[in-house]
Structures are given as structure tokens and as C-alpha cells.
Write a protein that binds this ligand. Structure first.
Ligand SMILES: [Ca+2]
Ligand SMILES: [Ca+2]
Ligand SMILES: [Ca+2]
Ligand SMILES: [Ca+2]
Length: 517
């Protein structure tokens, strides 16, 4: 409700009358610290601030009334414009993707009465209540189910090699969809050069939108890192080799892959700061990485970064010295954050709950048996699904998974969720609301030879579709990563030409409709 200037003057006049009748007792504490203005009558006390009423009290101007702008609406922040005296009612959350639906308050469920917003994804304009459900890997209509009606996914075209012939080695590191194409990061080296981190763009059809921009641009080795889309920019972080060890840098990229500003140095000090992982919570970034601080044991550290690409607060220590912690990831539920890491001491996948300020809210816990290797996780409906492979002297024959709730409590004991191969490794979990997709590599087609598989699973970890092969070539296809977007999902993986060399590949996936295959 907006109150006009005239009305506000009238209200001021009425309150002045009331004050005068009451013998000038209603002086407010607005004037504390303000120099006193002498007066003889009320008309001497006309100030610039239209939100207050002043009167002459004991020969000095005093504030006797302040305009009440409270609209009794929980989801608005109320204020008064001092120059006009108009009440302002600012909605507490934003509509960042301009689809007409507000984001929920942090820590609330979209559409809940206290959420002040029902947009279940405020980085995508194609997602909001009532939207048409498309095959795009997102829950367009905010009913809690992604691509409902689909029975899994299949490749939409042939896979493309991301690197051109100038590269002699490389591997993918990150993938995110921006509403029109997938941004992809990879590490690559050209003949006799260092490794560098690159950024490319692909449509679902695998046609190139942005070709291999070197985004790390260092004279020493640097590598690609994770990529996410905030709704307006891509964000990425990477590691750079320096004289003393490695450092972590961060930047944002626009839709052409161009940096939004100078690189931000996030880690500091001697030693190895490596393996960055990124999370965006709608208003700021959380960046975590593994760091030995110049000592012998790696721990996980983190730092917040503002939407203006500025460091926010100091470096936070997120794990304890008791375990050698590597390869962190950070995930978000509506009410908590989950830090996952790999304990090199016990060879286990471990974790810890954090609040949105990255303050630990639980002690550390481990989810896998000893002997675990690669892991992946995502938030699915009301739980985190965490998957890993086991690796002793050789890889185990299955991908394992468990589920934990938003407080970190295990809700389903870990168990093998794939079968039918001799060796299985490198899971990639992608939440689909009421189920999840899992990509992994195994040798089910030819003994000892890796191809990329995909299946979807229910919340109870039971398979919902049969296993699809997404990549099977003369070379091993390893290290798959899934992301939502485009015609459904997209997959990046590495085709390994021998023990040491390989190249990153991209392929779009689309929904299978009809009977399960
Ligand atoms: Ca919105
Ligand atoms: Ca939206
Ligand atoms: Ca849906
Ligand atoms: Ca969809």
C-alpha cells in the first residue's frame, strides 16, 4: 500500500494535534545524536524528512511521530522514502530469472507459506509452477518430478571430441547448462606445452557454440575445474602451479565464455591448494578445496565469494587433522549443506554437514567401506544420494550407494546398485526429483574394457530402468559426468587412448518415452 504525500502530511497534522492535546509527551528517540535546532513554534521545525513529524518542544525541534509503514505482510521489507514520505514494500526474495515467480527464502521449501517464493529453480525461466514439462533434465512445473513420463535417457547424437588436433592430451572437468547451451571445462595440453584449463560450449545436438577458450592462461601448469550456472553467469575455479605449490583461482564467465573481471586468488600461503569444488546458493558462492597448508596432511578448506566476485570472510577450516581429506564436493539441500570428501587415510567417502555460512553443524562421518575410490552425490527429493566405486588392487565389480537425510543421518545402508560387470568405477549421480540418473563405466560388453553406462533409480536405490550404453568404442571411455539441460541431459567423458593419454568428449542425451527398454 502506498500512502500519498498529502495523506502523509494529513497524518502528520493529526498526530501533531494529538501530541498537542496530550501535553507534548510523545517525543521519539529519533533525535539522539542529531544537533538540536532551536525553535519558537512548530512551523520552525519543518525538516526534509517526510517520514517524521517534528514539533517545537521546550524551545527545540523534536520528532513526535514517525510514519508507520508496516503492511503486516511477512514477505515484504517495509520502509519509508524520506524525500516523498511514501511507504515502500520490498518483496524479500528476487525473481532472478524474470519468469514472474519469486525464489524462496534460503532454507525454505518453494511454495511453503514461509518461503515467500514458489519458483523451484530461480536460475531457469523455463522452470516455474504451471510451466510445460519438457524433456530437459529440470522439473519445469515444480511438481517434484523431473521429465516425468520418461523411461531413462539415450544419446541424442554422436559424441564429439572437444579438443581439436592441436591437443595431445586432455580430460573433462566440469559441465553446466545456461538455458541455451552447455558450458564445458577441460584440462588439456598441446605439444610440449603445460596443461591449461579451457572452456567450450555445446548445444545438445553436439554442435559447437564456443570453441576451447584458454581461461587459466598461465605460464605454469593449470587445470580445468568445476563449472556452474547461476542464472546469469557461468562460474568456475581452478588450480595453478606456482613456485611453492598450487593455488586456487576463481572467476565468472559470460555466455560467450569471456571473463567477467580479473581472476580472484582464493587460497593463500605455501603448499598445495588443489581440487576446487563450487556451490552457488542464490546469492553467494561457497568454494571448497583440499589443502596441505605446507604440511604433510591435507584438510578441506573453504571460502565464501560474493556475487560481485569479492572474497567474503576469511578461509575456513572445514575438516579436522585426523584424516587426510581430498577431492571435496559441496551440495545443497533446502535446509543444509553437505561437504563430502575422500579420506586418503582410511580410503573412505566421508562427509560433514555445514550451514549456509559454511559453519560445521555435525562431526565428520564416513559413508563407505574402506577401499572406496571415485564418488559422486546429489540431492534427490528429500535425501542425498552418495555413490562410489571400490578399488583394491583392481576395481570392484559394482557401484555402491547410500542415502542420508538433510541432517547427515544414514537412511539407507550402503549397497551395490549395479551388477553385470567385472570392473565398475567412476559414478556420476544426477537428481531427477523422484528418482536419479547414474552414469558410470564398466566392462559389461568386453572383459576389462570400459564403456559408459546409464540407468535411473528410485529413491529406494532400486533400478527404475534397464542399463543403457552411452559410449563404447575401441578405446576405454571413463570418468563420466552428467548435467541437466537441452534435450534432456548431457554427458562428458574421457576417451583414453592409452594408459596416459586421452581426450574429452561431449554428447547430448534425450528422454526415452514409451515402454522401458
Ligand atoms: Ca523466477
Ligand atoms: Ca524459474
Ligand atoms: Ca515436473
Ligand atoms: Ca523437464
Amino acid at each position: 500500500m502506498l500512502v500519498s504525500w498529502q495523506n502523509s502530511k494529513l497524518l502528520g497534522f493529526l498526530s501533531l494535534l494529538l501530541v498537542q492535546c496530550g501535553g507534548r509527551s510523545g517525543i521519539l528517540d529519533e533525535d539522539a545524536g542529531v544537533p538540536k535546532v532551536p525553535c519558537k513554534q512548530d512551523s520552525d521545525c519543518v525538516g526534509d524528512n517526510q517520514c517524521i513529524t517534528q514539533a517545537c518542544v521546550n524551545a527545540y525541534c523534536a520528532t513526535v511521530a514517525r510514519k508507520d509503514c508496516d503492511d503486516q505482510v511477512f514477505c515484504t521489507s517495509d520502509s519509508c522514502d524520506e524525500s516523498s514520505g511514501e511507504c515502500l514494500h520490498q518483496w524479500k526474495t528476487n525473481d532472478n530469472d524474470n519468469d514472474g515467480y519469486y525464489a524462496p527464502l534460503p532454507g525454505t521449501t518453494p511454495g511453503a507459506p514461509d518461503s515467500c517464493g514458489d519458483d523451484c529453480n530461480d536460475t531457469m525461466a523455463s522452470v516455474h509452477p504451471g510451466a510445460l514439462e519438457l524433456c530437459d533434465g529440470f522439473d519445469n512445473n515444480c511438481d517434484g518430478r523431473v521429465d516425468e513420463g520418461a523411461f531413462g535417457y539415450r544419446t541424442a547424437s554422436n559424441a564429439v571430441r572437444v579438443t581439436d588436433d592441436s591437443f595431445i592430451n586432455g580430460g573433462p572437468t566440469g559441465l553446466a547448462y545456461n538455458g541455451s547451451f552447455f558450458g564445458l571445462s577441460f584440462s588439456g595440453s598441446k605439444s610440449s606445452e603445460t596443461y591449461q584449463g579451457y572452456f567450450s560450449g555445446y548445444e545438445s545436438s553436439a554442435s559447437s557454440v564456443i570453441s576451447a577458450i584458454n581461461i587459466t592462461q598461465t605460464s605454469t601448469d593449470s587445470f580445468g575445474g568445476p563449472v556452474l550456472w547461476t542464472g546469469s553467469v557461468f562460474a568456475t575455479a581452478w588450480e595453478v602451479r606456482g613456485e611453492q605449490g598450487y593455488d586456487i583461482r576463481f572467476n565468472e564467465l559470460d555466455a560467450r565464455g569471456q571473463k567477467m573481471g580479473p581472476d580472484l586468488l582464493v587460497s593463500k600461503g605455501a603448499g598445495f591448494s588443489v581440487q576446487p569444488a563450487l556451490l552457488w546458493n542464490g546469492s553467494q558462492y561457497s568454494l571448497v578445496w583440499s589443502d596441505d597448508n605446507g604440511g604433510d596432511v591435507f584438510r578441506i578448506f573453504g571460502r565464501k565469494i560474493s556475487a560481485q566476485r569479492e572474497l567474503s570472510g576469511d578461509i575456513l577450516e572445514l575438516t579436522e587433522l585426523q584424516s587426510d581429506a581430498r577431492t571435496p564436493t559441496l551440495l545443497r539441500s533446502p535446509s543444509s549443506n553437505l561437504l563430502l570428501f575422500f579420506s586418503a587415510t582410511t580410503q573412505q567417502v566421508c562427509g560433514r554437514m555445514l550451514d549456509s555460512d559454511m559453519t560445521p553443524t555435525s562431526s565428520e562421518f564416513c559413508l563407505s567401506a574402506e577401499g572406496a575410490s571415485n564418488y559422486s552425490a546429489d540431492w534427490v527429493n528429500d535425501r542425498f544420494v552418495v555413490a562410489w566405486s571400490l578399488e583394491g588392487e583392481q576395481p570392484g565389480d559394482s557401484i555402491w550407494a547410500t542415502t542420508i537425510d538433510a541432517q547427515g543421518k544414514v537412511t539407507q545402508a550402503s549397497r551395490a546398485i549395479t551388477s553385470g560387470a567385472n570392473f565398475a568405477r567412476s559414478p556420476s549421480v544426477l537428481g531427477l526429483g523422484d528418482r536419479f540418473a547414474l552414469a558410470w563405466t564398466d566392462d559389461r560388453v568386453t572383459y576389462g574394457h570400459y564403456g559408459v553406462r546409464l540407468s535411473t533409480y528410485g529413491l529406494d536405490l532400486a533400478p527404475a530402468t534397464t542399463v543403457q550404453t552411452l559410449a563404447e568404442t575401441a578405446d576405454d571411455c571413463i570418468d563420466p559426468t552428467l548435467a541437466s539441460g537441452g534435450l534432456g541431459l548431457a554427458l562428458i567423458y574421457r576417451e583414453r587412448t592409452d594408459g596416459k593419454t586421452g581426450f574429452p568428449y561431449f554428447v547430448g542425451l534425450t528422454c526415452n518415452y514409451g515402454l522401458p527398454q
